[in-house]
Design a protein around this ligand. Structure first.
Ligand code: ADP
Length: 400
């Protein structure tokens, strides 16, 4: 069985999975795990295999040590890399800039280009590069493939991709909308034409990836034409801890009048804002419980979240002109029926009608939640970015 190792390396963590690319979205990966607290005094590695969970606590000075220990833990528990038929390694790379619209087999040249993009994603790309370099050393005999979060958005027209700021400054510093979560939006949007029984070229759709991070994308004929995330993943929808769109003048105000440093404002908007910044919690399960207890801040956070989500849905309906389907995905989108119902409430005059009974059904399969007479079909489609990356990896490695 040809398998792919999928790596998602963050600044202090590495998520890893061994995936059969022939899996369905809801199949569990063969092996999954998480290396955490890299660079801290005590790190931890969690491994899930064959229904068991193993945890190793140890200092993990860097990504190299982290992946090494993860591989050793896999060896100890009967799922060592050498015993598995790993034919390719897929790496999630956050920023591909304007260079990469498609996944790439990683060569020295490609890695150099990803390094050149560090100024655009100073927090994300260095960690992704660390992960790639370490994995290439540990697994030198299989192809390594980079899959970019931004790749799906190369098709956006200039009106959606460019900001109305000084053209020369923007060009000099790469300031434009790149979009993120592209692997997920592409993956779920590809399922929709078959559900509608239509040719992919004819389908106009909106995909809503609502997880801890959240984004909306307008897709015409399989190509992204607009998205809510911007030059960075801070823009757009209200998220678990990120503000989403705000007046950019707020940054100047907090710096000049409130005396906050740029790093403090960065942390405020990325980590201490969004749903958490208003309600104190970022998990929608907790938020739901607080709303049931009539906690006013939880309700306020939820209301702002829904208001912003509806703004984007409305603007993409206009951008697309005709919408065939709206799809919810990721942790909140797949599980939170109240969010789905409120996001699309009272839109009957636009042909959007949710069926409350269908919406309430909990299932892990792709499903329709609109009424039979809804002209816009509404779906819940589980996303699986690791599976998408595994498929790209195996396909580019030429070993499908
Ligand atoms: P990410 O990959 O962005 O970290 P996920 O797509 O895994 O996020 O989504 C995680 C979020 O999904 C959690 O923070 C939580 O808010 C939400 N979530 C998960 N399960 C449920 C559920 N049963 N009901 C409501 N929200 C849920």
């Amino acid at each position: 069985m040809s398998l792919a190792l999928v790596l998602n390396s963050g600044s202090s963590s590495i998520k890893f999975q061994v995936v059969n690319p022939k899996n369905h979205a809801t199949d569990a990966p063969l092996v999954s795990g998480l290396v955490e607290q890299i660079g801290e005094p005590t790190g931890s590695i969690t491994l899930k295999y064959d229904g068991e969970k193993y945890v190793l606590k140890a200092p993990i000075p860097d990504h190299s040590a982290g992946l090494d220990l993860a591989f050793k833990l896999m060896d100890e528990h009967g799922c060592g890399i050498a015993q598995l038929d790993i034919v390719a390694v897929g790496h999630r790379v956050v920023h591909g800039g304007i260079l990469f619209s498609q996944p790439q087999v990683i060569t020295d040249e490609i890695l150099g280009m990803v390094k050149d993009l560090i100024p655009l994603a100073p927090l994300h790309n260095p960690a992704n590069i660390d992960g790639i370099e370490v994995a290439m050393k540990l697994l030198p005999d299989v192809p390594h493939i980079a899959v970019f979060d931004t790749g799906f958005y190369h098709s956006m027209p200039p009106a959606a991709a460019l900001y109305a700021i000084n053209k020369e400054t923007a060009a000099e510093h790469g300031v434009r909308r790149y979009g993120f979560h592209g692997t997920s939006h592409e993956y779920v949007s590809q399922h929709v034409p078959a559900l509608l029984g239509k040719d992919p070229d004819e389908v106009n759709q909106i995909t809503l990836h609502l997880g801890n991070g959240a984004s909306a994308t307008a897709v015409r004929g399989g190509k992204a034409v607009d998205t809510s995330m911007g030059m960075t993943p801070l823009a757009g929808l209200v998220m678990g801890t990120r503000s989403g769109d705000i007046d950019p003048g707020i940054v100047f105000h907090l710096h000049r009048s409130a005396g906050m440093s740029i790093d403090e404002i960065d942390k405020l908007l990325n980590r201490d804002s969004g749903v958490k910044g208003i309600s104190g919690v970022n998990d929608f399960r907790e938020l739901g419980r607080l709303i049931e207890d009539e906690d006013p801040d939880a309700w306020l956070a939820y209301s702002i979240y829904i208001h912003q989500l509806r703004r984007y849905i409305g603007s993409y309906m206009i951008a697309l002109g005709r919408v065939d389907a709206i799809t919810f995905t990721a942790g909140v989108g797949e599980n939170d029926a109240m969010v789905r119902a409120d996001a699309l409430a009272n839109l009957g005059m636009y042909g959007i009608k949710i069926d409350p009974e269908r919406n309430a059904i909990r299932a892990s399969e792709a499903r329709e939640i609109s009424t039979d007479d809804s002209t816009v079909k509404v779906f819940v489609i589980p996303t699986n970015e690791e599976l998408a990356i595994a498929r790209y990896a195996v396909s580019l490695a030429g070993v499908e």
